[in-house]
Design a protein around this ligand. Structure first.
Ligand code: CP
Ligand code: NVA
Length: 310
């Protein structure tokens, strides 16, 4: 058995990421081509934060793989009464074939996965959102063909989960990733280091700029996300003023490659990080991106379950 977890985007190599994306494309064409959870075997899906896309796509995806999703609000479980993460990982592993978890600090995922004997999947943490980026990569590949060598720029909160996952996942795919963020909202240094290390292996580049126009210039893929992530509502920082110049609007898009595409993981705060005109405009691929959560996550589970069974 080769137990693998998917807690951050660089938990897979470039070749492994490509295998998962190929499976995702296959599953999009043939949704029932793989049934590793026939039985039904179970997957635990735990939420400690709100969700629409992740919840629907995992629950449906697990059913389409032949399995049963036990979907719970973490606060309703004994996690809400401080049963340890380690004990929870040990117990859930006796029931289910994988654990999918949306939580707060990445360290919580590390702790649960240290005792789990089934794959643990990060369904969003404060630091990373790797399932979203698999869907993003699938969407970019559909529109642009090869990922290698594309220029992707993320605008907005450079210290949030999407910025970090696009850095790690993007350079793993061989894309040149730029983060355009206001001062004080740059990516965490240890994540930039990890991205630079992976980029050196794949031939990609990593850069950070405080100038949104520099970020947009020549970009093939433009991405943004909310300026206030879940859990940051009361952090006391001004999450509007410094971000205004980074709004993805028609003027900023005008600096990008004429064939550029626009992604947003959603939910969008229309009129803040992105205008209606861009979100609903011809460059936007956000609805395909949302759909691809289903296909990419099914592919990830198929891949992880095959590794665990090997
Ligand atoms: N993009 C995303 O993860 O959406 P939800 O919060 O609705 O799951
Ligand atoms: N950065 C956002 C992503 C939501 C899917 C958040 O964490 O709230």
């Amino acid at each position: 058995m080769s137990l693998r977890h998917f807690l951050r985007d660089d938990d897979v190599t470039q070749a492994e990421q490509a295998e998962i994306l190929a499976l995702a494309a296959e599953l999009k064409k043939s949704p029932f081509a793989h049934r590793p959870l026939d039985g039904p075997r179970g997957v635990g899906v735990i939420f400690e934060k709100n969700s629409t896309r992740t919840r629907f796509s995992f629950e449906l995806g697990i059913a389409q793989l032949g399995g049963h999703a036990v979907v719970v609000d973490g606060r309703d479980t004994q996690l809400g009464r401080e049963e340890t993460l380690g004990d929870t990982g040990s117990v859930l592993s006796r029931y289910v074939d994988a654990i999918v978890w949306r939580t707060f600090e990445q360290s919580r995922l590390d702790e649960m996965s240290s005792t789990a004997t089934v794959p643990v999947v990060n369904a969003l943490s404060n630091e990373f959102h790797p399932c979203q980026v698999l869907a993003d990569l699938q969407t970019i590949a559909e529109r642009k063909g090869a990922l290698n060598g594309l220029n992707l720029t993320y605008f907005g909160d450079g210290a949030n989960n999407m910025a970090h996952s696009l850095l790690l996942g993007g350079v793993t795919a061989g894309m040149n990733v730029t983060v355009a963020a206001p001062a004080g909202f740059e990516p965490l240094p240890w994540i930039l280091d990890a991205a630079a290390k992976r980029a050196a292996e794949t031939g990609a580049t990593v850069s950070v700029t405080g100038d949104p126009v520099v970020g947009a210039r020549g970009a093939d893929v433009l991405v943004t996300d909310t300026w206030t992530s879940m859990g940051q509502e009361d952090d006391g920082l001004d999450r509007v003023g410094p971000f205004r110049p980074f709004q993805l609007d028609t003027a900023l898009l005008g600096h990008a490659d004429p064939e550029a595409i626009v992604l947003h993981c959603l939910p969008a705060h229309r009129g803040e990080e992105i205008t209606d005109e861009v979100l609903d405009g011809p460059h936007s691929v956000v609805w395909d991106e949302a759909e691809n959560r289903l296909h990419a996550q099914k592919a990830l589970l198929v891949w992880l379950l095959a590794k665990a069974a090997a």
